[in-house]
Ligand binder design. Sequence first.
Ligand SMILES: C[S@@+](CC[C@H](N)C(=O)[O-])C[C@H]1O[C@@H](n2cnc3c(N)ncnc32)[C@H](O)[C@@H]1O
Length: 255
Amino acid sequence: MMKNKYAKLTLVGAGPGDVDLISVKGIKALEAADVVLYDALVNPKLLDYATKAIKIFVGKRAGDHYKSQDEINELIIENAYEHGHVVRLKGGDPLVFGRGQEEIIAASAHDIPIAVVPGISSVTSAPSSIGIPITRRGVSDSFWVITGTTQSNSLSKDLNLAAQSSATVMVLMGLRKLSLIVQLFSMYRDADEPVAIVQNATCENQKHVVGTLSDIEELVEKNKIGTPGIIMIGEVIKHRTPSELVELCNVQRQN
Ligand SMILES: C[S@@+](CC[C@H](N)C(=O)[O-])C[C@H]1O[C@@H](n2cnc3c(N)ncnc32)[C@H](O)[C@@H]1O
């Protein structure tokens, strides 16, 4: 196949879900796109910016069809060759647990120019959406971001190290392993160590629970918290902004 002279790949971070949390640069890339390949965690309203593009859903979610990473890489190359500018729209930031780098490598192997537009990650937006400061002077000097689902599907060894620190710990893709994570942290931190979970942060269907290592599993079950969700563990959760103020901030965002 002949390569289209406008062949290009732009990885765009769509942000955590609220349609207004994409960057201006991300919107410009969508407006210029010939093809958009988008994931399940992307707000579909963002596709309205891509007025002239072919839109292809490549995300995976229970019940929906889904493409493997190799198939997605092939689609990027085929579409860039055939149509020109491909925007790969990914939830949050494309290079935070997003396999964006694999897509960059695949495109570069075919001499397709690449651009990256960073996005607002769920890592920072989930805590702020419920008023939790991810760091606070004198309380937490660092935050660790860890996947709950490694390539081998086992718990990451980093979780063990993180549990022994005093850091705020954020676990992505960890909800299905909540029990194991709670067991691990209970070996090193007190039973009343605060834990918060936010599902669909910044989206209209956002839900959250705030508890401790001893009761978080019960709260998750009682409140029917599911995926996609982020688990936060650490003392900073005690310093949460009162919910009336967080609500006020959300109302301004929606207007
Ligand atoms: C494959 S990772 C992608 C992360 C994404 N690149 C980011 O920067 O947010 C998917 C995981 O991110 C977390 N996640 C993404 N969006 C979320 C949201 N709006 N609310 C809560 N968690 C979210 C969940 O842990 C989910 O399982």
